[in-house]
Write a protein that binds this ligand. Structure first.
Ligand code: PRX
Length: 653
């Protein structure tokens, strides 16, 4: 296919704006939409819900709020898989819904049309029903980036089961904790996958993680040619083949749960974030359409996120399908067989919307620049970024080297909890400013407040909160944990009666009224865009037989954004290189390699307050070579000098 090279941005007054060509094709190009939407956000979202989503029966009430809970489209009924598939069949049955690129070069890509995906989803939905899975039951999904992940998730949605996806790089213990919390009856997994040219096994972790749990059946995708024995285990393809293709969708209430997804907070145990059906569908549909200006003709959207994270749920799978678009996913690593792989995929598949994380961009800046050929990237129109703050250099590099100075950079701020993007520039409106996410999505309002919920002035740093009415895609609670839900997100409401959702991010509004995110304000790190809590890591390290206690803090890292550093107090004896390696391996086994500490220090004591609280803030200052403040509150001020003594030049991995 011949691609017309178009400039979608133009520079005016030192800033990038959409060009006339972009304005012409943009779904929204008039910034009056923001004020219009905020006049009556509920009416605005009701209009979008009607236009974008197919309902079995219309809602009776647009929005209902009894804080800390709220509901959208109350009384409305729909099925999510029907919205992703059935409604496109008549006109787009033969259109490609999903292109899957396997990592091995000798394997061909797989293209699933809407019709073939629909057939597989219906069949697998019947398989799940056959295993006794009913509406409201949880199905655990522990799969790599392969089409079966999408088939499984949509099959769950078809029968009203709740999917709970667990990132395939997580360890068996992490899988087990999530299975147990959701009391999952069925686990869908694979024997393994390809990564950097090697076979990576998943099945051993899946077996270990599901042993002794509520899981009655394990469905295994045969990706690496293995076979699995045992009465609990069945082969994905065999059960799919023999299943019936007719599957009546379960009609769900708008506020019924579509999925849960576990994410890290301040405490050690990950929380099951609950997303509903109707509100999430509306936000996934419209944010995909407007943020990325996705058209359903020849657009191909590639979101590089893994399905184990919310970005993979909403923008690798659901958003493009709700829009009747084509999504592309890739199984493997960006550097296999070398750093040209991603760009070849873009060229060969005419990818027009590309969505990735700053970590990936920084990795290419450092190691992969020579593999980028502008000729390979001419099909691109919109570039997105997500997951962590993007620095000036990475933003400009992305714009020039990948976007050829032609494509807008859409920096999207959001969270597992928000279901879809919430703060961003829109491609037809702009402006596109390095390090600045932009405006709240139309119909949503964020403000910056101090610790008592009083609004800050422009330019002042504070806590980023969302005002009522809350966006339709927002979480609807923490699975089986009301207390955690209130404590984590509703402190301003609880303490000061302010109807604000607390994002736990710091931010400020700049002179132009655009929001700049500065990062987390709690003990949560973003390591290569992956979210994890220091407490989760500390809990994992603390159970090592040689460890008495530990503290984990993040340090800045050139590529990954942040990496964890562990300060470990041993029960007895001295630390050694061998023990460091052992501790890293231990973390790999407990949580997965994404959580592995970059540096481990052995210390005799950790700085603590009189009540025994570990002062991570002081450790952070010491690592940054700053003079720590607040030493008066310490019960053991000597510990500070001792820590200083062991910190050398911190480099990370
Ligand atoms: O700190 C913010 C950061 O990622 C956190 C949410 O992480 P998670 O739930 O894993 O979801 C990531 C993908 C949606 C936020 O609290 N974050 C996300 N996007 C941005 C960001 N920080 C700065 N700029 C962004 N665009």
């Amino acid at each position: 296919m011949l691609v017309k090279i178009v400039k979608y941005i133009t520079k005016k007054g030192g800033k990038y704006w959409p060009s006339a060509e972009m304005k012409k094709i943009a779904w929204v190009s008039d910034n009056k939409i923001y004020a219009k939407a905020l006049k009556n956000p509920v009416k605005f979202w009701e209009g979008l819900a009607k236009e974008g989503i197919s309902w079995e029966s219309k809602w009776k009430k647009g929005y209902e709020e009894k804080l800390p809970y709220f509901k959208w489209f109350v009384g409305g009924k729909l099925n999510f898989s029907v919205n992703c598939l059935d409604r496109h069949l008549e006109k787009k049955g033969d259109k490609i819904a999903l292109t899957w690129i396997p990592e091995p070069l000798e394997e061909k890509s797989v293209k699933l049309t809407y019709r073939s995906l629909h057939s597989k989803v219906c069949k697998f939905a019947n398989v799940l029903r056959g295993f006794g899975v009913k509406k409201g039951d949880v199905v655990a999904v522990y799969l790599p980036m392969i089409p079966e992940a999408l088939i499984t998730m949509l099959a769950c949605a078809r029968i009203g089961a709740i999917h709970s996806v667990v990132f395939s790089a997580f360890a068996a213990d992490a899988l087990k904790a999530r299975i147990e919390d959701g009391s999952a009856k069925v686990l869908v997994t694979a024997d393994g996958y390809y990564r950097r040219g090697k076979k990576v096994s998943l099945i051993e972790k899946a077996k270990k993680g599901s042993k002794g749990t509520s899981v009655e059946k394990v469905v295994v995708v045969n990706r690496l040619g293995g076979s699995v024995k045992g009465s609990k285990f069945v082969d994905f393809n065999s059960v799919l083949e023999s299943a019936d293709e007719e599957c009546k969708p379960e009609i769900m209430k708008s506020e019924d749960t579509l999925f849960i997804l576990y994410t890290s907070g301040t405490t050690g145990k990950p929380k099951g974030v609950i997303h509903d059906t109707g509100g999430y569908a509306v936000q996934a549909y419209w944010t995909t359409k407007w943020d990325f200006n996705l058209h359903d003709d020849d657009d191909v959207m590639w979101c590089t996120a893994d399905v184990g994270w919310v970005t993979g749920h909403t923008y690798a799978f659901y958003g493009p399908l709700l829009n009747g678009g084509t999504s592309l996913i890739y199984e493997g690593s960006p550097d296999f067989p070398d750093f040209s792989r991603w760009w070849k995929i873009i060229k060969e598949n005419n990818v027009s919307v590309f969505y990735t994380a700053p970590t990936a961009i920084r990795m290419f800046m450092k190691s992969g620049e020579k593999f980028i050929k502008s000729k390979d990237l001419e099909s691109l129109r919109v570039l997105g970024t997500v997951g962590e703050p993007i620095d000036n250099d990475a933003w400009n590099w992305y714009l020039e080297k990948i976007g050829g100075g032609r494509c807008p950079i859409i920096d999207t701020w959001w969270q597992t909890e928000t279901g879809g993007t919430l703060i961003t520039a829109l491609p037809g409106i702009g402006p596109f400013v390095p390090t600045v996410a932009g405006m709240s999505f139309p119909g949503v309002q964020h403000i910056i407040v101090d610790d008592k919920g009083v609004e800050k002035k422009k330019g002042e740093l504070g806590f980023l909160v969302q005002k009522s009415p809350f966006a339709p895609g927002m979480l609807h609670g923490v699975y089986k944990n009301h207390k955690k839900y209130v404590e984590t997100y509703w402190r301003f409401w609880k303490k000061f009666k302010k109807p604000y959702y607390d994002s736990s991010d710091g931010a400020f509004v700049n002179r132009d009224g655009l929001i700049r995110i500065t990062g987390r304000t709690d003990d949560v790190m973003k390591v290569a865009g992956h979210r994890m809590s220091t407490a989760e890591l500390e809990d994992a390290i603390n159970v090592h037989k040689k460890v008495n206690e530990c503290a984990v803090v993040p340090i800045p890292h050139k590529i990954k954004g942040e990496v964890p550093v562990a300060f470990v107090v041993l029960k007895s004896g001295e630390g050694s290189e061998e023990l460091i390696a052992g501790l890293k391996k231990h973390v790999d086994n407990k949580l997965g390699p994404t959580a592995r500490p970059a540096v481990v220090y052995f210390v005799k004591d950790l700085p603590k307050t009189r009540s025994g609280k570990i002062m991570r803030r002081i450790l952070k200052s010491l690592l940054a070579k700053e003079e720590p403040k607040g030493l008066m509150t310490l019960v053991n001020p000597d510990s500070v000098e001792a820590v200083k003594g062991v910190i050398g030049d911190v480099k990370g991995e």
